[in-house]
Ligand binder design. Structure first.
Ligand SMILES: [Zn+2]
Length: 212
């Protein structure tokens, strides 16, 4: 990752599914920069307080001090002049403005490392991730291992029958599993069948009070 001229910054994106080691990789890169005595700041969206309010934490238990910020403006306001490396975890939860902010920072000479889910639980592109990946100099796609068959997994399946329709759900080990393409398609078909049956049950006039 030292291929760029020293006066110019760049953007690195670490994307992938849940349990693919994205945050682990982000922490590894930031700690290397810290060892090199570079000025580093790490951020995460305020929504994610799974493990630590003021740290980014991987599922494996590694942590790094980070500032939780409400939005892009708060993130921009918290950046110090001397900072040369910026890490952003769970970047998919920020608005599209995060892309412009990362571009501005890179032009200013900052190395920006952003980690996030590239797909929501339905396999759809997640928030600002596609635009960020297009603009990034370096994109690392991390893969998990499918818990059902052992194949490379790039989808995050939500362990619920009833879909709330919300994609902003921060995963914990019990809510999500990493699945491969095939197992995710099967799981989604089953979830849709269950949801369709529930609709039929609801539409069925089983409530006797309605007929009185
Ligand atoms: Zn599988």
């Amino acid at each position: 990752m030292q291929l760029q001229p020293v006066d110019c910054g760049w953007i690195e994106v670490i994307c992938g599914s849940m349990f693919s080691g994205k945050t682990e990789e982000l922490i590894r890169r930031l700690k290397r920069a810290l060892i090199a005595q570079q000025h580093v700041q790490a951020f995460k969206p305020l929504i994610d307080d799974r493990y630590h309010a003021q740290a980014i934490a991987s599922h494996a238990g590694r942590t790094l001090q980070a500032l939780a910020v409400a939005d892009c403006d708060a993130l921009a306001a918290a950046i110090r002049d001397e900072t040369r490396v910026i890490g952003i975890d769970e970047v998919q939860f920020f608005s599209d403005d995060i892309v412009q902010l990362c571009q501005t920072l890179a032009l200013r000479g900052v190395r920006v490392i952003a980690a996030g889910l590239d797909q929501d639980y339905l396999g759809r592109p997640f928030g600002p991730m596609p635009a960020l990946m297009v603009d990034a100099e370096f994109v690392t796609k991390a893969l998990a291992i499918c818990v059902l068959c052992g194949n490379p997994a790039h989808r995050s399946h939500r362990n619920e029958n009833a879909d709330s329709g919300k994609t902003i759900q921060v995963g914990t080990a019990s809510e999500y599993v990493a699945l491969c393409r095939r197992c995710h398609a099967v799981a989604r078909a089953e979830a849709n069948a269950i949801a369709a049956q529930a609709q039929l049950d609801f539409a069925d006039p089983a409530d006797p009070s309605e007929h009185e």
